[in-house]
Design a protein around this ligand. Structure first.
Ligand SMILES: [Mg+2]
Length: 181
């Protein structure tokens, strides 16, 4: 199987990464429990518009916000297991152009087992058998354009269940889920 895997909010802990840097710079602690909507501008942060968040995120002490994100627990082990079993791990990320070099270094440093990486906003255009994502609008796009494929929502407080979409809360449950479909 070709397994299309998103990075932020699925493999990389973007929430922890940006909230720690935000607290360091602006002195306000934002808890994961408070992030119940998709979006990073007001009222969650002081940024008026999303674009203002991204302007800040682009250059924090010389690198982008994506440079040093932590991995979610078990993500890499499970991706290795899938690769070892003959599946292809296809990274599909919609990260901004200015984060690409940081992300490629991050993928290498974290030994993500992939031979195929896409940076694309219209993720559904990449042909896979399974798609794993956390963004509500990307999950909607998969439903609209790839409803014959297996679509998996990585459950976060800022996304909701969707009809025809499988839910995954823990990386350790992925292989059993794929075997059950
Ligand atoms: Mg994501």
């Amino acid at each position: 199987m070709r397994i299309g895997v998103d990075l932020d909010g699925v493999v990389a802990n973007f929430t922890k990464g940006w909230t720690e840097l935000y607290e360091k710079e602006f002195g306000k602690k934002i808890l994961e429990e408070e992030i119940t909507e998709w979006g990073l501008s007001k009222p969650l942060t002081h940024f008026q518009e999303e674009i203002d968040f991204w302007k800040w995120a682009k250059d924090i002490d010389g690198s982008s916000i994506f440079r040093n994100l932590e991995l979610y627990e078990n993500a890499v082990d499970v991706l290795y297991e899938l690769s070892k079993n003959g599946h292809e791990v296809v990274i599909i990320s919609s990260k901004p152009w200015w984060s690409i070099h940081d992300t490629l270094m991050w993928l290498g440093e974290n030994k993500i087992p992939t031979k195929e990486i896409h940076f694309i906003e219209e993720k559904w255009k990449i042909d896979c058998d399974v798609y794993i994502d956390d963004a509500p609008y990307q999950l909607d796009n998969y439903i609209k354009n790839r409803k014959d494929k297996t679509i998996i929502r990585f459950v976060r407080l800022y996304n909701d269940p969707l009809e025809g979409v499988y839910d995954l809360e823990d990386w350790n449950d992925l292989i059993a889920l794929l075997n059950s479909i």
